[in-house]
Design a protein around this ligand. Structure first.
Ligand SMILES: [Zn+2]
Length: 473
């Protein structure tokens, strides 16, 4: 009988009886992480919210009085990350967002742009829900992104001088953000100021590479991460110098446009040409620089390659909308139908092809990759979309273990937390996902979730299904 003990918890998240002495034993489990690969017949003991023992089944003594979970035929992976989310982007989604992550095995999220008050209050809510019932991921935040005079989003803030940027960084430091983010229209001078001030305070700085800069210049100045690989296509073009010059001109002449209009205008003016003029020697130089400077990538193929994979056109994908509250569910359904009826553009298809092609090149160059989605933008359902991203990374050329690494160990390393999370070892946080099938054989097996443990709380499949049923409409 597989996991007979788990079935005895039916209908209960064990939320009520957790304390720091509660012990769970994952017995006869196959453990997978990016540090040790696959280990069969393991015992993993969790006490409170920490892993206290991992070892060969025959060598580890099972403590008496512990709750034993018989895991023969099951696979245990570290809790997953969605390393690029916007939790507060759609107000109506906020009540279900955190739950949908846990149901999908996502125990950590990295919010890369939100108004400060909204994200601080959501982070607080997540901390409480994680503490009392293990029903929210740990939330890492950038707060608002620092942009130019023209703002792209409600979650942007203008930083038009180095002095102003320093003031913003002080505010964000006091608010307790985890990293900083610069955006498309910040000037090169101010961006460099953010990088030097941010780095001196111990922050990582992530980006949409400012459109007035080249990737190499930003990377050399200490940039930690590039989201969506934005601007990499322009930098790897044989015409990168003239493209950069033209972008600066468009920015100087674009004061009539809103930030959002201007950035979209610039991308549209340059991208297709850049995809068509990729230069091997220049690309090697750029990627070598990124690797040397430890500038990582969050490719977000779920959104960047969307015109090719057309997730919105899939019936099984649209079914995930039923977990979203109204009016989001019906709005998304209408939008999905409208997008399905549109033909993909040449630029969109070229973008997708370029993004897929870049993945194995990034791996080969030794550049850190984190798995993120940009949800809930572009009809990407919270939680479910991370599994799509993992499948896309594998489709583009990563091994399943590399994809799992991108959603576990890599983000942990990014935040210098690899001694607490990202792998399955003694002393790590008890944030775990138990799978019914081997994700190394088929990455889509990360969706076959048998149980999720968050902060030491065990949520069984039956419980997760109950939660989904309650959300369904
Ligand atoms: Zn984003």
């Amino acid at each position: 009988m597989i996991c007979s003990c788990i079935f005895s918890f039916t209908g209960c998240s064990l939320g009520g009886n957790w304390d720091k002495e509660t012990e769970f034993v994952f017995k006869d489990v196959s453990v997978i992480d990016a540090v040790n690969g696959l280990r069969h017949e393991q015992i993993v003991i969790v006490k409170g919210n920490k892993i206290v023992e991992v070892g060969q089944a025959k060598e580890v003594k099972v403590p008496s009085g512990s709750t034993i979970i018989n895991c023969k035929g099951k696979y245990l992976i570290p809790g997953l990350w969605d390393a690029h989310v916007h939790l507060t982007n759609t107000e109506a989604l906020r009540p279900v967002m955190l739950t949908l992550f846990i149901v999908n095995g996502i125990t950590y999220v990295r919010d890369t742009g939100a108004t400060l008050n909204s994200i601080l209050s959501l982070r607080k809510k997540a901390e409480e829900a994680a503490q009392t019932e293990g029903m929210a991921p740990r939330v890492f935040i950038t707060g608002p992104h620092m942009d130019g005079l023209q703002l792209s989003w409600e979650s942007s803030v203008s930083a038009v001088s180095v002095e102003q940027a320093r003031f913003i960084i002080d505010c964000l430091t006091n608010a307790g953000v985890d990293e900083l983010k610069v955006y498309d229209l910040i000037s090169p001078e101010v961006c460099l100021g953010v990088l030097s001030t941010g780095r001196s305070k111990g922050f990582r700085v992530c980006s949409h590479i400012p459109l007035g800069m080249d990737v190499i210049e930003a990377s050399n100045a200490g940039l930690s991460s590039m989201e969506h690989m934005y601007n990499l296509e322009m930098s790897c073009s044989s015409d990168w110098k003239s493209l950069l010059k033209a972008r600066r001109k468009m920015i100087a002449e674009g004061s009539e446009k809103s930030g959002r209009e201007l950035r979209e205008y610039i991308y549209h003016a340059q991208r297709l040409h850049a995809f068509k003029t990729q230069d091997e020697a220049r690309r090697d130089t750029v990627l070598k620089t990124l690797a040397e400077n430890n500038t990582w990538q969050v490719p977000t193929l779920a959104i960047t390659a969307q015109e090719e994979h057309r997730i919105f056109a899939r019936e099984d994908w649209r079914r995930t909308f039923c977990y979203l509250p109204e009016p989001v569910r019906s709005d998304w359904e209408k939008a999905a139908i409208a997008r399905t009826n549109q033909s993909p553009t040449e630029e969109g298809l070229a973008h997708a092809q370029w993004a897929y092609d870049m993945i194995p090149r990034l791996v080969e160059a030794g550049i850190g990759i984190m798995a993120g989605t940009d949800m809930p933008l572009a009809l990407l359902t919270p939680g479910f979309s991370l599994h799509e991203e993992l499948a896309l990374l594998v489709r583009a050329g990563m091994t399943p273990l590399q994809a799992i690494e991108a959603a576990t160990l890599r983000p942990a390393q990014y935040f210098r937390l690899e001694n607490q999370q990202g792998s399955i070892a003694k002393g790590m946080m008890a944030d775990l996902v138990l799978l019914d099938a081997n994700p190394l054989e088929d990455i889509t097996n990360t969706r076959k979730i048998h149980a999720v443990m968050r902060n030491g709380f065990l949520h069984t499949r039956n419980r997760l299904d109950e939660i989904l049923t309650q959300l369904e409409n």
